[in-house]
Structure formats: structure tokens, C-alpha cells
Design a protein around this ligand. Structure first.
Ligand SMILES: [Zn+2]
Length: 115
């Protein structure tokens, strides 16, 4: 029992509870949400980018158009791959960048699948 309490205290202390990226995402990315690592793919002309749910980093698809490929080449902060929720419908996907996934997956109880 004491061991468990010590472990919980260490976990809580390891979290930065004031992290600006934490905005109640557990409401739509609850414990047990399954993510898969994937290249970002644009959906359509009106939905050709997404943002990290935690830090708002931009995801773009270099294969969508030459203009997109050029934009990505000119903006090294734009991401082309990351972690995405495993859902049946593209429009329901939520993206999280690798650094944010590493920082929050344990705390939020997110899971990874390779399929
Ligand atoms: Zn992020």
C-alpha cells in the first residue's frame, strides 16, 4: 500500500500540471483511446490539414499537391506524420504529434496499436 502511494506521488510529481497543452482533451481522448502511427493524408480540398490536439502543430500531406509539398519544404515545423486515433471514419480522426504523445500518453491512458 505504501509502495503504491509512493508510485502515485512520483507519477503526479512527474507531470507538469500547468502545461499549457492540457485543455481538457480527456473529454474526447479518454483513457483507452487507441492510436496508430501513420503518415498524414489530406481528406479533400477543404480539409487538407489538421492540428495536433495538444500543441496545435500543423499536419500536412506533401502528396496532396505541389503547393502543399512546397509549403512543407518551406515550413520545417509542419509535420507529415504522427499519431492518429484509430477510428472507422476519416473525419473522426484526431491527430497528436509524437512529442505530445510521448508527454501525455501515460497520463491520459492512451494505447498504441500497430495495425
Ligand atoms: Zn503536439
Amino acid at each position: 500500500m505504501v509502495m503504491v502511494m509512493v508510485m502515485v506521488m512520483v507519477m503526479v510529481m512527474a507531470m507538469d500540471l500547468g502545461d499549457w497543452r492540457r485543455l481538457g482533451q480527456e473529454r474526447y481522448l479518454p483513457v483507452g483511446t487507441v492510436f496508430v502511427q501513420r503518415d498524414y493524408r489530406a481528406l479533400e480540398e477543404n480539409w487538407e490539414h489538421d492540428h495536433c490536439e495538444m500543441c496545435s502543430a500543423k499536419f500536412m500531406d506533401p502528396h496532396f499537391s505541389n503547393a502543399h509539398a512546397q509549403f512543407i519544404a518551406d515550413h520545417t515545423d509542419v509535420l507529415t506524420a504522427g499519431m492518429v486515433t484509430q477510428v472507422n471514419e476519416r473525419r473522426l480522426e484526431r491527430w497528436v504529434c509524437h512529442p505530445c504523445f510521448d508527454d501525455f500518453a501515460t497520463e491520459f491512458g492512451w494505447l498504441i496499436t500497430t495495425s
